[in-house]
Write a protein that binds this ligand. Structure first.
Ligand code: AMP
Ligand code: ZN
Length: 477
């Protein structure tokens, strides 16, 4: 078996992945700012993270994955000036910032299901962890890393060594990246807010008391405080899109290492952007964004066509979007599904316990080597084509493809099973198995609303879960 190599932004090298604790991985992925729908650019980043999660699992690691939800403190300018994105979203829609956050979080979770993205083990909202953030800021204050200006408490970046160790950029270039609306009281252009004060003459919807005055946390502190809280010493991998390298992740590292005196995460992975043809980055703030709904669902395209499109481009290369690209991706995906179906579909009324065929080891080794080479998914897809062409029995081909699908997440099973066929738990895709097991434990603890919710999500993914006298029955919808 080829060892797993990942490109680490910190060292600018592909490195063999070695977790801090044998067989276990702590993974933190910066989550959505819930003031609007996710656009397909954001979703490309979450797909990359899903490929990473699945490859880690394929290698046998036990994962603890945390995703934060930014529901306060992310200002329009990444340099801590301008309006709060949440309060702006609330004003736009005439709702409270809290309602906006909940609405867009649920919409985001639906997108994850539609794209067959595995859910993190822990979701954590910035607003649920204010005291942890305040505690960390206090530590930084005690250690002499902070100073006060009229609008907040700031982190003094000149007090840390190697502030640019993630960006590898000279400080002068980081300065140039700073937004126009500057705080003249800042000591260094790269300094950032840890705590912002509420305006004197108006009340914010989201604000808290703190030792420095009523206000709200800066954006970066939430990820430091929550990754340390939920992962403890298991700080293996931290991910996000490349736009997070120079500011958000750089600041997370600076403040966390200043507070703890220890290294903060060993591996930093970043995905390139999805661009609209012509090289323009898709951005929520640019209003040029396409959601899963308007880019795919409204056009009658299968959302998994977007997953397939993302698999076709290596995550460190830009992905181009144009009106035709997803139509082509869907045609490619359907052709793979048809090839899978031609191996023999499972009929309604049949019960599928396990697949007869055997996973072909030489092809599996090739596939494994591809995905372990810094998630080379385009190469992995080429091996799928090789399976269909290989001199193997239909049953062996089917078993091999379903094994690869643990990583690809294209749900070949659904394609190869006719409506009504009953499926045993052990052959369900991981994402569905996860939902089924969670629903069972929700029922045991009599959390009926959660159980209903989970059943609905299983249904949205194309499977039915019915309760029976002795347990439950899963079938293809
Ligand atoms: P946000 O909800 O704005 O905090 O962003 C969520 C994630 O999407 C972050 O990891 C960003 O780096 C990433 N992201 C933002 N724009 C794009 C884009 N056009 N292509 C790929 N990823 C993006
Ligand atoms: Zn973050």
């Amino acid at each position: 078996m080829t060892p797993l190599f990942l490109y680490n932004t910190l060292t600018k090298k592909k490195e063999e992945f070695k977790p801090l604790k044998r067989g276990q991985v702590g993974l933190y992925t910066c989550g959505p700012t819930v003031y609007n729908f996710a656009h397909i650019g954001n979703l490309r980043s979450y797909l990359f993270e899903d490929f990473l999660v699945r490859v880690l699992k394929y290698n046998g690691y036990k994962l603890k994955r945390v995703m934060n939800v930014t529901d306060v403190g992310h200002l329009i300018g990444d340099m801590d000036m301008g309006e709060d994105k949440m309060e702006k979203g609330a004003a736009r829609e005439g709702k409270s910032a809290w309602d906006i956050a909940e609405f867009y979080l649920q919409a985001f979770k639906k997108d994850l299901i539609a794209l067959n993205i595995l859910e993190p083990d822990i979701w954590c909202k910035a607003t649920d962890n204010i005291s942890e953030q305040i505690k960390m800021i206090k530590t930084l204050e005690t250690k002499g890393y902070t100073y006060r200006t009229d609008d907040g408490l700031y982190f003094n970046t000149s007090k840390v060594k190697n502030y640019n160790k993630l960006s590898h950029l000279p400080l002068s270039e980081l300065k140039e990246g700073a937004r126009v609306e500057k705080n003249a009281q800042k000591k260094n252009p790269t300094d950032f807010a840890l705590w912002k004060f509420s305006p004197l003459n108006s009340k914010r919807q989201m604000e808290w008391a703190s030792p420095w005055g009523v206000g709200f946390p800066g954006w970066h502190i939430e990820c430091s405080a929550m990754s340390l809280k939920f992962l403890g010493s298991q700080l293996d991998i931290h991910c996000g899109g490349i736009d997070h390298i120079n500011i958000h992740h750089t600041n997370e590292i600076a403040q966390s290492e200043a507070a703890t005196g220890k290294k903060f995460f060993n591996y930093w992975l970043h995905s390139a952007f999805l661009n609209i043809t012509g090289g323009k980055k898709m951005a929520k703030s640019a209003d040029n964004f396409l959601t899963l709904q308007n880019a795919l669902v409204n056009k009658g395209l299968d959302p998994l066509a977007f997953r397939f499109a993302a698999l076709q481009v290596h995550y460190r290369k830009p992905m181009e979007y144009n009106d035709n690209s997803l139509v082509q991706a869907e045609a490619g995906l359907k052709s793979l599904y048809n090839q899978f179906k031609s191996l023999g579909a499972i009929d309604a009324g049949e019960k599928v316990k396990a697949f007869v065929g055997a996973v072909n080891q030489p092809l599996k080794n090739e596939f494994w080597a591809a995905v372990n080479d810094d998630l080379n998914m385009p190469q992995a897809l080429a091996i799928i084509a090789a399976v269909f062409k290989a001199k193997l029995t239909a049953a062996d081909k089917r078993a091999t493809i379903l094994d690869f699908d643990k990583v690809l997440g294209l749900d070949f099973l659904k394609a190869g099973v006719k409506a009504g066929a009953e499926l045993e738990l052990n052959i369900l895709p991981d994402s569905i198995k996860d939902l089924v097991l969670r629903r069972q434990s929700a029922r045991v603890s009599k959390e009926w609303e959660l159980a209903d919710n989970l059943r609905k999500r299983i249904e949205d993914s194309g499977y039915l879960m019915e309760d029976t006298k002795d347990g439950y029955r899963i079938s293809r919808k």
